[in-house]
Design a protein around this ligand. Sequence first.
Ligand SMILES: O=C(O)CCC(=O)C(=O)O
Ligand SMILES: [Fe+2]
Length: 303
Amino acid sequence: MEPQRFLPHNTIPPVVNVPTAKVPTALDEYLFDLNGFVILRGVLSPAEVADANARIDQIPRALPRKGWHGWVQREDHPEHRGISYQQVYELGGTFERMIDHPNYINYVARFVGGHDTFDYHHGPLFIDENFYTIRGPGEAIPLHAGGHDSCKRMSFRYHNGRFHCSQINVLIAFTDIGPGDGATMVIPGSHKSNIIHPEFLAKKTNEWGDGGGGSVDGVAGAIEVHMKAGDAIVFVDATCHGSAKRVNPGERKITVYRYGSSWNRTRWGYHASPELLARVNPFARQIIHPQEYVRPPGTPTRW
Ligand SMILES: O=C(O)CCC(=O)C(=O)O
Ligand SMILES: [Fe+2]
């Protein structure tokens, strides 16, 4: 073995460098490269989890699809995928802290990459979507993504000792999620797959539509990720994934914050509220609002 042939781990400075901030270890980087994900235990404290769940409980369950609760909107997806609220960072508290949480933000920045390149022109990162999902018995999200389609938005890339992933998801559990609870399921290594999973080709119905209701149960190669409330799975979106169908009584609650380069755009066209932008620290502000538009003097700011 000639160690000098291999680039050293940890050549990129953390984006958040407070003493409590966590940075990926050499083993984390190895496992992320190998599998497409890492599992980070206890990134949120029980108090942070309780705070977030209490904020969600303020939203009336009767809020219809597309209905608004302040700056949060219920997503318009079929009931068999549960209830999702978009733009939850607007709810403040834990959700706001999660924009740049020191327990994982350096993982996200390392995996998105772009340090010292034009990708950092507007800052290190951008959140293109952030939501909280509640699922009860019978509910799930079908199998999706995978390296086979080479989609640029989700892509995994490693070059010259650095990751350059287009979309890194931080999926956090807000309830304990074990067998029967509708766990997230992933196919380890599928972010690098060249071949489409035959399961996709076998589908005869649109599982995503109102009459659908597919899950990842029984899909060859897929494993359940069991988590305690406050644990996170950090994964490149190219990883083939989805969830098991919940069979136990009760509800399973998660968030997904998706991060990419600062030049990304939002998935659904949401914009952070002026109140949130005024409250957050400059680093978090850059993550949710990387660019001010430049206009001739006297032009209206909205039209
Ligand atoms: O609910 C899950 O476990 C996965 C969610 C997901 O993959 C998605 O919303 O794209
Ligand atoms: Fe997904």
